[in-house]
Design a binder for this molecule. Structure first.
Ligand code: CP
Ligand code: NVA
Length: 313
């Protein structure tokens, strides 16, 4: 970590996240704002994307800048060319790089060699931009974050990791229910527990979805099989069969609990058919808020706004 990059939610302080939420809400209200005129963002993607790609490209355009998308075939990270050379070449052209990689180490390597900021657009370890946008959505729906209970049902994956860190920084109660051997990584859990000591957050890991969901304000789930794990899909469908978010499980949450999913969703697997289209679901607000949060993030990281960020000290 060099302090110029956003590879993990842990690169941010709770104060920085609060500011980003305020700025993102402000940007949402104001629309287009030319604070990054003349700046360019490169998008280096090893995996497919709808939301992340479109929202980053549009964010740059709405801030007066531009973007260049580099598909997996074009870049060949570490195959056509070394990660270090790609980082150094791109640093001569663009003002920031956002990268979606299979391995988190590839991102770290890009960040090590790039002179410009590198933003994690999803790795096998974290999806920080998703978690930040999700905090904005929760804040919009509930009017607060501190003290709320967020129950994540399913795989202890990249999205779960970033949400756990974000919730623990913001003083939320984070519960996760995953099958044995599919829980969050120990390192992430320890980091979150450390943040919880300072923020008053509570972290609870269980194998029982009912215990996680009981009285929760927010129910969150994600695909059982993440990109790159396709060979395990059948096995995962079997292991996660009891972890579907359905109306029975939702009935244990608070009456006004909201349902979240980062998308893409597999209706009939991690979520019951129809439930993402019910009034409790806020999944399309989540998708929209990726744009507003990333505008706040890009404006801050590329010099358009002054916001305290732990890694930027
Ligand atoms: N939620 C999310 O990151 O979606 P994409 O994979 O489509 O970018
Ligand atoms: N956990 C999922 C998130 C997709 C946005 C994946 O990594 O495929």
């Amino acid at each position: 970590m060099q302090g110029k990059d956003l590879l993990s939610v842990s690169d941010l302080s709770s104060e920085g996240i609060h500011s980003l939420i305020q700025d993102a809400a402000d940007m949402k209200a104001r629309g287009w704002l030319s604070v990054l005129s003349g700046k360019t963002l490169a998008l280096v993607f090893e995996k497919p994307s709808l939301r992340t790609r479109v929202s980053f490209e549009l964010a740059m355009r709405q801030l007066g800048g531009g973007s260049i998308y580099l598909s997996p075939a074009e870049v060949g990270l570490g195959e056509r060319e070394s990660v270090s050379d790609i980082a150094r070449v791109l640093s001569r052209y663009v003002d920031a790089i956002t990268a979606r990689t299979f391995s988190h180490q590839t991102l770290e390597s890009l960040a090590n060699y790039a002179d410009v900021p590198v933003i994690n657009a999803l790795s096998d370890l974290e999806h920080p931009c998703q978690a930040l946008a999700d905090l904005l959505t929760i804040y919009e729906k509930k009017g607060e974050l501190e003290g709320l209970t967020l129950a994540f049902i399913g795989d202890g994956n990249n999205v779960a990791h970033s949400l756990m860190l974000a919730a623990s920084l913001m003083g939320m109660k984070f519960r996760i229910a995953s099958p044995a051997d599919y829980g969050v990584q120990e390192g992430i859990r320890h980091l979150a527990q450390g943040y919880a000591l300072g923020s008053g957050a509570e972290i609870f890991c269980t194998e029982e979805p009912q215990r996680a969901v009981s009285g929760a304000d927010v129910i969150y789930t994600d695909a059982w099989t993440s990109m790159g794990q396709e060979a395990e899909a059948e096995e995962r469908r079997r292991v996660f069969a009891g972890y579907q978010v359905n109306s029975g499980l939702l009935s244990l949450a608070k009456g006004d609990a909201i349902l979240m999913h980062c998308l893409p969703a597999h209706r009939g697997e991690e979520v019951e058919e129809g439930i993402l289209d019910s009034p409790r679901s806020v999944v399309f607000d989540q998708a929209e808020n990726r744009l507003h949060m990333q505008k706040a993030l890009l404006a801050m990281m590329l010099g358009g706004l002054e916001i305290p960020l732990a890694g930027y000290r």
